[in-house]
Design a protein around this ligand. Structure first.
Ligand SMILES: Nc1ncnc2c1ncn2[C@@H]1O[C@H](COP(=O)(O)OP(=O)(O)OP(=O)(O)O)[C@@H](O)[C@H]1O
Ligand SMILES: [Mg+2]
Length: 337
């Protein structure tokens, strides 16, 4: 692989699942048993992108969008139906040993370490499977357990740990062989906000330190906003957006937020003629205002209400992304003319 080639290169990658449709009732079941009817589901639909060494890219999309399927294709768990992908110059689904030693996949919904064993035993097993030299193994283990504050947790059977502690062990386990590419599928799912934050900080710190190339999927926009400059948004198996998260907000946010503080109490009824109220407690109000009306509304507020302070902010990325999906599902539901 030439030095300047992207670490991940995906071209028209497609995966169709064929599931068989069962008829209704007993007779239906019997009929389907004799003659099976198949239904095709295109989970990943002609997806193309490139990811350079050291990038940490957020992969966003609603349930069933095709995120996990894409990561499974890129880590070699699934074969594509058509299209190609090269990760570190390898076709992932060939599962070459050299490829497997250079990547790692972590799924928040699935344990990869042994449930009944202490994490340390699984780590040692991985050391042998991946043939990690003892000195490297020790050095990485010490660094990762310190970075994560795992200390004595690794000697407890996994099943005795909390979800957050288990997730930390999973991450450490996936990094011991020093992968160059890391696929993180919902690593923070189900964790409380404090643990989510710790995990996020860990991923950010690890990525800065090692320059590992990472794709991260998450339903928590905070994860992606804090960690990733670039986001790829997928819906119904197709890429809807690929670019800087900041540009996404600037391009697609239809509204801005005007935040006003008052010198005396102002009733919500007074505020709502200036814009849609996002929050209002009498002393302060946040209004959602269409972008093109912001200068006029700000001027009106200053002229007509007892304003102590005023500030204008972009809507959150979360709101923009939600808006994009709503627009798209509304378009899909509209009957054909
Ligand atoms: N093994 C399978 N057999 C049949 N259909 C599947 C299979 N795996 C996934 N699908 C379907 O493919 C689509 C994409 O699934 P995928 O798991 O990639 O979505 P996702 O974006 O990861 O969603 P989520 O956010 O819920 O994790 C879904 O409609 C799903 O039902
Ligand atoms: Mg998924």
């Amino acid at each position: 692989m030439p030095d300047n080639a992207p670490v991940i290169q995906v071209d028209h990658l497609t995966r169709v699942f064929s599931t068989y449709r069962k008829g209704e009732g007993f007779l239906g079941s019997l009929r389907s048993f004799v003659r099976r009817e198949f239904a095709a589901k295109t989970a990943v639909d002609r997806v193309s992108f490139r990811i350079e060494r050291g990038e940490l890219v957020g992969f966003l999309g609603p349930n069933g969008a095709g995120k996990t399927t894409t990561l499974k294709l890129l880590s070699g768990i699934l074969h594509p139906t058509s299209g190609t992908a090269a990760v570190l110059g390898h076709a992932p689904w060939r599962r070459e040993a050299d490829f497997q030693r250079r990547i790692s996949i972590v799924m928040g919904q699935k344990n990869q370490l042994w449930w009944d064993l202490p994490a340390m035993d699984s780590f040692i097993l991985n050391r042998d499977i991946y043939r990690i030299p003892e000195a490297d193994f020790r050095a990485r283990l010490d660094e990762l357990t310190a970075l994560f504050g795992l200390e004595d947790l690794t000697t407890q059977p996994l099943r005795k740990l909390s979800l957050g502690e288990r997730m930390k062990c999973e991450l450490v386990g996936s990094l011991l062989h020093g992968p160059e590419v890391l696929f993180l599928d919902e690593p923070t799912i189900g964790l409380d906000v404090v643990t989510q934050k710790r995990l996020r900080e860990f991923v950010g710190e690890y990525s800065r330190r090692t320059g590992v190339t990472t794709i991260l999927t998450s339903h928590y926009m905070r994860d992606v906003e804090e960690l990733c400059k670039r986001a790829i948004i997928i819906d119904h198996g197709r890429i809807m957006y690929d670019g800087a998260l900041r540009d996404l907000v600037q391009k697609h946010a239809t509204h801005k937020l005007i935040d006003v503080q008052f010198t005396q109490t102002v009733a919500p009824e007074t505020c709502d003629r200036f814009g849609e109220i996002a929050e209002c407690d009498g002393a302060r109000a946040t209004l959602r205002v269409p972008r093109d009306r912001v200068p006029q509304v700000a001027a009106d507020l200053l002229r007509e209400l007892p304003v102590a302070d005023i500030s204008i902010a972009e809507t959150s990325a979360e709101e923009v992304v939600r808006g994009l999906f709503q627009e798209r599902s509304a378009a899909l539901e509209e009957p054909a003319p």
